[in-house]
Design a protein around this ligand. Sequence first.
Ligand code: ATP
Ligand code: MG
Length: 369
Amino acid sequence: MYLSQLYLKNFRNYTEQYLKFNKNINLLIGSNAQGKTNILESIYLIGTGSSHRTNIDAELINWQEEGLYLKCELIKENQDYQLELSLLGRNKEIKINSNRLSRINDLIGYLNIVIFSPEDLNLVKGSPNLRRKFIDLEISQISPYYRHLISKYGKVLKQRNNLLKEIRDNKAPKEMLSVWDQQLIDLGAKIIKKRLESLIKLGILSKLMQRKITNGLEALELKYDTELEIDSNSSEEEIKESFKLKLKEKREREIYQGATTLGPHRDDISLIVNNIDIRKFGSQGQQRTAALALKLAELEFMKGEIGEYPILLLDDVFSELDLSRRSYLLDTIRDKIQTFITSTDLKNLNGLKGNHKIFEIKNGSAIEV
Ligand SMILES: Nc1ncnc2c1ncn2[C@@H]1O[C@H](COP(=O)(O)OP(=O)(O)OP(=O)(O)O)[C@@H](O)[C@H]1O
Ligand SMILES: [Mg+2]
C-alpha cells in the first residue's frame, strides 16, 4: 500500500498544503520546528484516527483556526481509496470514498502504519508501559476487536480500582468485587491470549532481524512477562484460571493498596539476547539494535496479517543509526515499503539509492525539490 497524495488544511503550522508522494521513499528535510514531524503526524492521524503524540485533538488544529481537514489518496491492491478526516472543535468526522464512518474504529484496516520515532529508541530500556503500548498499538491496527477489548478493560480497571478504595475506606462491601473481578478476568484473559499469539509471531521475526543486523552474533528472544502462571501456549481458559487464583491470593493486599496489581496493564515483554535480559543489562547499541529489530519485525508481522506491507514513518531516527544499521534498514524497505523519512539535513541520507522524492520543509510549507 502507499499514499499517492495528501492534502492538509489548517493542520498544526500548515494552512494549506498539497503533497504528491513517491511510491518508495520520501524525504522531508528542514531545520528544527518547521513542520516535518507534523506531516508524519497528519499521516498517522488519517491512518489511525488519532495522533501518535497527543491525546488532545484540539492541539492539532492550527492556532488561528477552528477546524482542520485532511485528505489522502491511498493505493492498495491496485484500488484507490480516498480518506478524509475533519475536526471541527471536538467533532471528528472520517470519510472513506465519501462515505461517513459511524465509528472511528471502522477506519482500522485501511491505512496501516509503522512509526519509528526517537522515543522508540527507548522501547527496550524504557518503562514497561512503552512495550505494552507497542504491542497494543500493533495488534489494534489489525484488529478492531482488540482495540475494543483494550478500551473496555481500561474502564473496568478504573471502576475496580475505585471500588477497592471504597472497600478500604469501609464505604462498600467486599462482595461487590466479584462482578468486577469476573469482567477483569474475562477481558484480561482475552487480551493476554491475543498478546501471546502475536508475540510468538513477532518473536520469530525479530529474532531473524536481530540476527541479520548483527551478522549472526545476537539471538533475540521475546517473552511475555507476567505474574500469572502461564506460558506462551496457554489457552484462554488456563489464563483465566491463573488470573482468578492470583487475584484471590492478592485480594487483601489490593484492598490495602486500593489498586489492581495484576493483569495485562501490569505485564511486560522481556527481551533476551544471548541469555541476558537487555532491558536492564544490554549495552546502548544492543538496545538500539533490538528496538530496530522490533520495528522491522512489526512491518513483517503486519504483512503476514494483512497481506501487504504497511507504510513506514521514520521520524529523526535514521540519522541516529550507525552505518550498518542504516544500510540494513534501507535494504529492508527498498522497493517494497513506502517510507517517509524526516531529517534536518541530507548528509546522512546519501545511502539512499533509487526512487525517492525530496521535500524541503520550511515554516509550515513543503516544496518539492
Ligand atoms: N496547532 C498548531 N498551530 C500552529 N502551529 C503549531 C501548532 N502545533 C505546533 N505548531 C508549530 O509547529 C512547529 C513544530 O513542527 P514539527 O514538530 O513538525 O517540527 P519539526 O520540523 O519536526 O522539528 P524538529 O526537527 O525539531 O523535530 C512548531 O513551530 C510549533 O510551534
Ligand atoms: Mg520533528
